[in-house]
Design a protein around this ligand. Structure first.
Ligand SMILES: [Fe+2]
Length: 485
């Protein structure tokens, strides 16, 4: 599925695909849905009803004169009013009520969609040229112009991406869950994942790709020069990806692949977690407070490292990109390796810049839709793929697996691009930027993970989180200045 203007039938199909995924991840006992599996995460039943409430706000009330369906839900399911750790104490809809609410909202949304003039979903000429409205937040805020929301099917794309983003969050919750496995492992069943929750289609092509021996130290050169960062034309890009702007970077080297589990084992074996010199002051304080000694979910069984993955224990595969490391661990590893983390500008240039045309690509391989041969996305399998297994997805500079597998921590804080304007609500991006002269609280991650749906990632997509977070499906890639070697 290509993000951008869609027919009403295609919109309905994408909404349905996202919903099937949400329902698959919440096909659990009521106890599993209502329990707080981790203070870092919401109870799963909150995520479930939240995606319905978001859909009600944006696809019913923002597009029509509809009033709220149930008083009080906007407050309960407002992600900014209640911290995740407190959400079990809210008067949440129960599992059956939540599913009924989702069905009710969706039926009304499809009625609205069917009544729309088809042209409203199509590209709006000059949509990027006009000044942004600075429109306000969701419920109860200043209305956002309906035509602007509908152009390029933007508001539908926003809701589809949002649900898939919560589906990835639900996967993180399921990974933190203890007890017998509840999630089928696509790679452990029929190999190719034909029609699973991610809806990404067959993954059979990967069976023919043998992982190449990939030296972890392999790196590629990105020559000095300008490139276009961000976008003003990507139809479903969020406000934080806009506008496109020119950035000049000196030459640098960047890892051809993300850092592997093997390299992380070497970092551990070399005492990396115990060497204060490798860590920033904040990172060392966190490492000591939390007694960090390996990636989250890893254990040592004699001489063998094992990991817990969705309730199953297995040896750590050396050639997979490492995941479940926080930004501080990534920073320490980079210093140990004599490297550093790439800035997000470096990451995006290595991912997207085509030196032949001078333009930036939607994806590393070009503008065509992701396939399982190009990138490991959409829960085609429940883990990263070994480095070297997606050569067809290489970027113009030769970097591989930049999209999919693991989110990649960058050195950069989450800050607005020059000319940023909120759209369509401040709480998506703006409230996470540094406020009142403070330094950035969040670090930027790029590229999506194996759990990310293809509609919710592209070369310009920016994710962000606190530097201590490890439950997300995040790893990293190394970089260095291209000085005299
Ligand atoms: Fe949300």
């Amino acid at each position: 599925m290509r993000p951008g203007p869609l027919t009403a039938a295609a919109v309905a199909g994408e909404l349905d695909a996202a919903r099937r995924r949400s329902l698959a991840y919440t096909d659990l006992t009521d106890d599993d849905l209502l329990r707080q599996h981790s203070p870092l995460m919401s109870p799963l039943v909150w995520d479930l009803a939240h995606v319905g409430n978001y859909e009600e706000i944006w696809l019913l009330r923002a597009l029509t004169e509809a009033r709220e369906l149930h008083a009080g839900l906007d407050d309960i399911y407002d992600a900014f009013r209640h911290k995740r750790a407190t959400r079990t104490s809210l008067p949440l809809l129960g599992p059956a009520e939540a599913r009924g609410y989702l069905r009710d909202v969706r039926a009304r949304v499809l009625d609205v969609l069917a009544a729309l003039e088809p042209d409203l979903l199509l590209p709006r000429p000059g949509a990027e040229a006009g000044a942004r409205t600075g429109a306000g937040a969701g419920a109860g805020a200043e209305p956002v112009p309906r035509n602007r929301l509908l152009a390029d099917s933007f508001v539908y794309g926003m809701v589809i991406q949002h649900e898939h983003q919560h589906d990835e969050t639900m996967l993180a919750t399921l990974q933190l869950r203890t007890g017998p496995p509840v999630l089928a492992d696509p790679a452990d069943t029929d190999g190719p994942h034909a029609d699973g929750p991610g809806g990404e289609g067959p993954d059979g092509a990967t069976a023919g790709i043998s992982a190449r021996a990939a030296g972890d130290a392999g790196e590629v050169l990105v020559p000095a020069g300008e490139f276009t960062m961000g976008t003003s034309t990507e139809p479903w890009a969020y406000d934080n990806e806009r506008p496109a702007h020119t950035v000049h970077l000196p030459a640098f080297h960047i890892g051809r692949f993300p850092v592997t589990n093997r390299a992380q084992m070497e970092f551990i074996a070399d005492g990396g977690y115990d060497d204060e010199r490798l860590w920033s002051a904040d990172g060392w304080a966190w490492r000591c407070a939390e007694h960090l000694s390996a990636p989250l979910f890893w254990s040592r069984d004699g001489d063998v490292w094992t990991r817990q993955r969705f309730g199953r224990v297995e040896p750590v595969p050396p050639d997979e990109p490492v995941q479940h490391v926080c930004w501080y661990e990534a920073e320490a590893h980079a210093r140990w390796a004599g490297r550093r983390l790439p800035t997000e500008a470096e990451w995006e240039k290595a991912c997207a810049h085509d030196p032949v045309t001078g333009r930036s690509r939607r994806y590393p391989w070009g503008d065509t839709d992701p396939t399982s041969e190009l990138a490991n996305l959409g829960h085609g399998r429940a883990r990263p793929t070994p480095v070297g297994s997606r050569p067809a997805g290489a970027s113009p500079c030769g970097a591989e697996q930049m999209i999919g597998d693991v989110w990649e921590w960058t050195a950069s804080g989450f800050t607005p691009y020059p000319g940023f304007a909120s759209f369509p609500y401040r709480e998506y991006s703006e409230v996470f930027y540094p406020q009142g002269g403070e330094s950035a609280r969040y670090r930027v991650l790029r590229g999506g993970s194996w759990a990310t749906h293809s509609s919710a990632v592209r070369s310009t997509f920016r994710n962000w989180d606190f530097p201590i977070r490890r439950q997300i499906f995040a790893g990293f890639r190394l970089a260095r200045d291209a000085g005299p070697s």
